[in-house]
Each structure stands twice: as C-alpha cells, then as structure tokens.
Design a protein around this ligand. Structure first.
Ligand code: FO1
Length: 316
C-alpha cells in the first residue's frame, strides 16, 4: 500500500543490502517521491567495459530483474561468454552474465560518446521501466582502494570478489575524492528531500565513498529534512559481506553506538535491530529498534514504512 501524501525521500545506497531497503521504499512511495543516490566507487574496468556494480544492483532491483540469489547481475542470466573467455585461458573470477554485458557495453559506448554517467544511468534505468530516479553520487572518477596486509593495495573488486574480502585491511581510500563533486542533480535532490535514508550498506565500503564526494557532507549538514541511517549489523554480525570483519580491522566499533559515531553529525537517528535493543540506550542519537533483517519483499516494505514513519516523528 502506497503512502498517501508521501514525503520526498532520498536514499543513499551501495550494493545488495542497501538495494533491499530501496526496494522496500519503492513499494511504499510513489515513484516520483523516491530518488536513490548510488555509490560509484566500486566501478570497475574489465576488458575495456565500464562496470558500475552498485548502480546496476539498484537498477536491476527496482526493475524487478535482479538475480534473487546473489542480489547482483540479472536473474536467469547465462555465462557462455565467460566459458569462451576461459577457453582462451582467461581467469574469469568476475562472473559477468551474458545479458549483463549488454548494460556494460551500452554504458561504455555512451560514456565514450560524451554522455555523463548520470545520463547513461537514466537511459538504462528508464529503458528497464524504472520510474524512480537513480543518480550516481558523482560523474567524476572515484575509486575505492583497499590497502591490505597480505596483498598490498587492491582495487575494490579485486579485494571483494577476487580475494573474497579475506585479506586483512589496513586502510581504505577513495581515489579521486579531492576532485570528485556531487552532481547538480544530487545536490538539488538533497536540498529538497524531506527524509534522507542512509540504507543498510557497508558503512566503510559503500556509504563512506558516497559521503567522500565533494559537497555531500555539506549537503547533508545543510539539509532541510531529517536524515536517518539503518545499521547493517544485527547482533554484531553483518547480514552479508565484509563489514563486520573490515570495520574492526580498521579499529571501528560495529555496535549501534559505534555506527552512530561513524555517522556523527550527519544523522538525526539510527535504526537498529531488536537484537541490539540493549545497546540502543547509549547511542548519541535517537534509535528506532525493530526487526531489520529483510528476507521477503514484505519485510522490505514493512521496514521502509517503519523507517519513514519514525523519521517523520523526529525533529531536527
Ligand atoms: N560479486 C561477487 O561476489 N562475485 C562476482 O563474480 C560478481 C560479479 C558481478 C558482476 C556484475 C556486477 O554488477 C556485480 C558483480 N558482483 C559480484 C557484485 C559486486 O562485486 C558487488 O555488488 C559490489 O561491488 C559491492 O556491493
């Protein structure tokens, strides 16, 4: 059921975890009330193709065509191209589906023709029938680099996919952050947002690169609306991916209080799971304690509705 007189919502989202809440928001908001600002620092050049995993995960999810098992790539896709590359002796550790490649071919082709990543994303998402706005946080180069004990500096996908995020992380940097600026569309969306939701993506690997784009923190600090974050942790564990391993490696605390500190000054409240209710009290910002695990589409819609209802009750 779509909310009546729905607020204008901007969601900051990374990959699979964030996309789940984005899908929940899309179920409860009219399409013109939801803008998603996506991470671009996982972007990856492979065989000359410009791949934008986090933008594609959100796009495919909103289009209802994402692979439900993995959360990334297309449902029912095949891997015949990878099989042929393997015949040529290639190490096909990055599992690109055949139909998924069409996305990267067109993105690469349109970027080479001079379109911005924002324009390319709007064309691709529009063609897939996505009616919400999906905005790259920046059209400038921005790349997550992970410095590890065992393998030195790794590009994000090498760390995350090739080495399955097992190397010990010493530092994470966002190459290009000094020059990268949020786009005009992102600045305008944040200025008019009534609710800003930082989705349950990896705070360091997916949210921090969004915050690192020039002008983003200022835009959040100057926000008109309320900003809330949803913790990606449940009982000290990450639902998926490296966050619960990586953050302690960086000396960061993954308790609700730790996540609230990580987003300090940017959020008016933090949504934490019932498993962490005991720790919600010692947080510096108000907490919404609820079930944050999203297994079904109904879970996603329920959490989205609860978060928006609670955000509406928060005063800045
Ligand atoms: N993640 C994996 O764990 N293994 C893969 O082989 C893989 C391939 C892939 C292809 C296209 C794409 O858009 C995403 C892909 N991902 C894969 C996910 C991706 O590494 C992550 O979703 C983000 O970069 C982090 O959220």
């Amino acid at each position: 059921m779509v909310l009546t007189d729905a607020p204008r919502v901007v969601a900051l989202a990374g990959g699979v975890g964030g996309a789940k809440l984005v899908f929940g928001l899309a179920q409860v908001l009219p399409p013109d009330r939801l803008t998603v600002v996506g991470n671009v620092a996982d972007d990856f050049a492979l065989y000359g193709l410009h791949i934008s995993p986090d933008l594609d995960t959100v796009m495919y999810t909103l289009a209802g065509v994402a692979n439900p098992e993995t959360g990334w790539g297309l449902a029912g896709d095949s891997v015949q191209m990878l099989e042929m590359l393997a015949r040529y002796g290639e190490d096909t550790w990055f599992r690109l589906g055949d139909r998924d490649v069409a996305t990267h071919l067109l993105r690469t082709h349109w970027l080479a023709a001079g379109l911005s990543l924002t324009e390319v994303t709007a064309r691709l998402a529009g063609a897939l029938g996505v009616r919400q706005r999906l905005l790259p946080v920046t059209d400038d180069p921005l790349a997550t680099m992970v410095d590890t004990e065992e393998r030195g500096a790794l590009a994000f996908q090498d760390y995350f996919v090739r080495w399955r995020w097992q190397p010990t992380v010493r530092d994470v940097q966002f190459r290009g952050a000094e020059e990268a600026r949020i786009t005009g569309a992102v600045g305008e969306a944040l200025a008019t947002a009534e609710v800003i939701v930082i989705c349950p993506s990896n705070p360091v690997l997916s949210v921090a690169p969004i915050l690192a784009a020039g002008g983003m923190r200022e835009a959040l600090r100057g926000r008109r609306g309320v900003c809330v974050a949803v913790s990606p942790f449940i009982g000290g564990q990450a639902v998926k991916g490296p966050a619960a391993k990586l953050m302690p490696e960086l000396g960061l605390d993954i308790s609700p209080a730790g996540v609230a500190r990580y987003y300090q000054g940017l959020v008016d409240g933090l949504v934490v799971d019932s498993a962490d209710a005991g720790q919600a009290a010692d947080m510096a910002v108000p907490a919404l304690v609820t079930a944050t695990l999203m297994k079904t589409d109904a879970d996603k819609a329920r959490l989205a509705r609860e978060v928006l209802g609670w955000a509406g009750s928060l005063q800045r």
